[in-house]
Unconditional design. Sequence first.
Length: 303
Amino acid sequence: MKDWNDLQLVLAVHRAGGLTAAAKALGIDHSTAFRRLNAIEARLGARVFERLPGGLYQPTLAGERMAVAAERMEDEALALDRDIAGRDHLLTGRLRVTSSETLAFSRLTGHLAAFRQHHPGIVVELAIDNRVLSLSRREADIALRPIRPREDELWGRKLAGIAWSLYAAPAWLATHGTIADPAALDRQAMIGWEETASGIMAADWLARRISDDAFVYRTNSLVNQLVAARAGMGVALLPCYLGDGDDGVVRALAEPIADLVGELWIVTHADLKGTARVRAFFDLVGEGLARDRDLFEGRQAAD
């Protein structure tokens, strides 16, 4: 195996379990991936994957061995990349940041504009994704996450707690009244997550307390839940920095919910913490978000 691209293809197919998703991950078309994989197997004189019904590709022993070797090579290449990037002392170049849709919609973009004014040589690429992207694999350089990082190789700090409360349009509340007790939510018209949502703190909190019959609208987007509440569809459970920052909704429950508290973290890979671009982002955007702590923690409305 002299061509690293061949090993990358084998690793991508192994991870994806199929050729279509692997080709997409590598940025090539399906026919190219198909030809390359057949050529690899022809050169080796051995099957690397068994083709199964439904487009599934199951690695053979040879395929497993190649994928393990490819992953080690990838780890070394990524470590080298991070090491070189970590020694970069220039305030120029690309900086890839990942954030949730909600944070990007409400608070982050204003701080990014200030960062751009201070550092015009740095191009920020924002990946809005509610998934946890891999900082080790350089899917992002910096992540703004609503959870404490667990990986030992990551470095960062907590910026604020995240409070949640219930919100509805003023006209809706004028008709139905405010909510005195979260235990009474079964009697409200509730806006919530899709039924398949799991592992999401707010969705799990609602699922434990409210019957399916109480939901009048479901969506996997918190921003759309805000829009639905603003349109008068019912009551939505929102982070306070999103709900308090929107004139179209008001709190249906006066105080944040005590047993529903999250965290906001800014995180990078430990190898990149010395990079000038990363330090500048932590200093300006991280500190800017930290100054919004009262809003994130539900103690004041947005300016």
